[in-house]
Design a protein around this ligand. Structure first.
Ligand SMILES: NC(=O)c1ccc[n+]([C@@H]2O[C@H](COP(=O)([O-])OP(=O)(O)OC[C@H]3O[C@@H](n4cnc5c(N)ncnc54)[C@H](OP(=O)(O)O)[C@@H]3O)[C@@H](O)[C@H]2O)c1
Length: 295
C-alpha cells in the first residue's frame, strides 16, 4: 500500500474501499472481504446508513484499530455547530470507535460553517485525526479554506477519466488539500470500462481497464476509493501497485476528459433545491416514525 501525508502530518492510504450503495444486508460481508484482501481505508458516510455495519466488520476482523483509516461524512441534515457535534458522536458509536481518522462535510449546502467549527473542535480534542470537505468546488473550497481557523486537509470530489478536474486540482494543490476521487470509475457510466483507448493500454500491461483507471488516478497523486460488492473485483482493484503507466499513456488518458459530471453539477441551483427537498423528505419520514412510536 502507498500512503500520502496530509497537510497535518497524518498518513492516509492512497487506495481504499467505498461503501456507498452497499446495502445494510451486504455491508458487513463486503467490508470483511475488503479487509481480508488488504484494504485498510474504509469510506462511509452518515447518509449511506451503513456506518453500523462497517463498525461490526471492523470489530469482527480483529485487526487492531490503529491499522485502519476510517472516513465518514456529516450529512447536511446535521449541519450547524450543535447538530454536527452530536452527529459525529453518533457516528463514532455506530463505527464502534472512539476516534475517526477523517471526517468530511459531505456537501457545500446549509450551515456548513457551523458544522466546520464543530469539526475543528473535535479535531483539536483528538477525536478526529483529520478533517475535510466533499463536493466543494473551487469557489466553495477557497471560501472555507480562507475563512476558517483550520484549513481542510482533504477534498473528496467526483473524478474519473471523463471529469479530470484539472482546474480543481490546481486550486486544491494551492491550498494544500489532498484530492480524493469519488466514483473513480464514474460508476461505469459513459461506457468507461469499454473505452478503446483504455482497453489498448490495458492489453499492453496485461491488466483490466479498471486497473488502468485506478493507476492513472494514483499517478496523478489522487486517493481512490472504488466500490464493488464482488470480492474478485475488490482484489482486481487492489492490485495496482506493481506496474506503471508511461508518460504517453498518461497523456492519452488526459485526452479522454470531457470536463463533464457523470451525475450532476453542484453549481446547478436545481441540484441545491434537490438537496433541500431531500432533507424535508427525511424529516417528514422521521416525524412519521416518531408518531407511529407514540401510538
Ligand atoms: N462524497 C460523495 O459525495 C460521494 C459520492 C459518491 C461516492 N462516494 C464514495 O466513493 C466510492 C466510490 O464511488 P461509487 O461507488 O459511486 O462508484 P465507482 O467506484 O466509480 O464505481 C462503482 C461501480 O463500478 C463497478 N465496479 C467496481 N470495480 C469494478 C471492476 N474492477 N470492473 C468492473 N466494474 C467494477 C461496481 O460494480 P459491483 O459493485 O457490482 O462490482 C459499481 O457498479 C463510494 O462507494 C463512496 O464511498 C462519495
Amino acid at each position: 500500500m502507498k500512503y500520502i501525508t496530509l497537510s497535518n502530518g497524518v498518513k492516509m492510504p492512497m487506495l481504499g474501499y467505498g461503501v456507498y450503495q452497499v446495502t445494510k444486508d451486504e455491508c458487513e460481508r463486503c467490508v470483511l472481504d475488503a479487509l481480508n484482501i488488504g484494504y485498510r481505508l474504509i469510506d462511509t458516510a452518515q447518509s449511506y446508513f451503513n456506518e453500523e455495519e462497517v463498525g461490526n466488520a471492523i470489530v469482527k476482523s480483529g485487526i487492531p484499530r490503529d491499522e485502519f483509516f476510517l472516513t465518514s461524512k456529516v450529512w447536511i441534515d446535521h449541519y450547524g455547530y450543535e447538530e454536527c457535534k452530536k452527529s459525529v458522536e453518533i457516528s463514532m458509536q455506530k463505527l464502534k470507535t472512539d476516534y475517526i481518522d477523517l471526517m468530511l462535510l459531505h456537501q457545500p449546502f446549509g450551515d456548513y460553517y457551523g458544522a466546520w467549527r464543530a469539526l475543528e473542535e473535535l479535531y483539536e480534542s483528538g477525536k478526529l485525526r483529520a478533517i475535510g470537505i466533499s463536493n466543494f468546488y473551487p469557489d466553495r473550497m477557497v471560501d472555507i479554506a480562507s475563512f476558517s481557523r483550520i484549513c481542510p486537509m482533504v477534498n473528496q470530489i467526483e473524478i474519473h477519466p471523463h471529469l479530470q478536474q484539472i482546474e480543481a486540482k490546481k486550486w486544491n494543490e494551492k491550498y494544500k488539500l489532498q484530492l480524493e476521487a469519488w466514483a473513480p470509475f464514474g460508476e461505469g457510466r459513459g461506457g468507461i470500462f469499454e473505452l478503446p483507448e483504455l482497453k489498448k493500454i490495458a492489453e499492453k500491461h496485461n491488466r483490466t481497464t479498471a486497473q488502468i483507471i485506478l493507476r492513472w488516478h494514483l499517478q496523478r497523486g489522487i486517493v481512490v476509493i472504488p466500490k464493488s460488492t464482488h470480492a474478485e473485483r475488490m482484489k482486481e482493484n487492489f492490485d495496482v501497485f506493481d506496474f506503471e503507466l508511461t508518460k504517453e499513456e498518461m497523456s492519452t488518458i488526459a485526452l479522454l476528459d470531457k470536463d463533464e459530471s457523470a451525475f450532476f453539477s453542484h453549481y446547478d441551483p436545481k441540484i441545491a433545491e434537490w438537496f433541500v427537498s431531500m432533507i424535508a423528505e427525511r424529516r417528514k419520514q422521521q416525524d412519521c416514525t416518531k408518531e407511529k412510536k407514540n401510538w
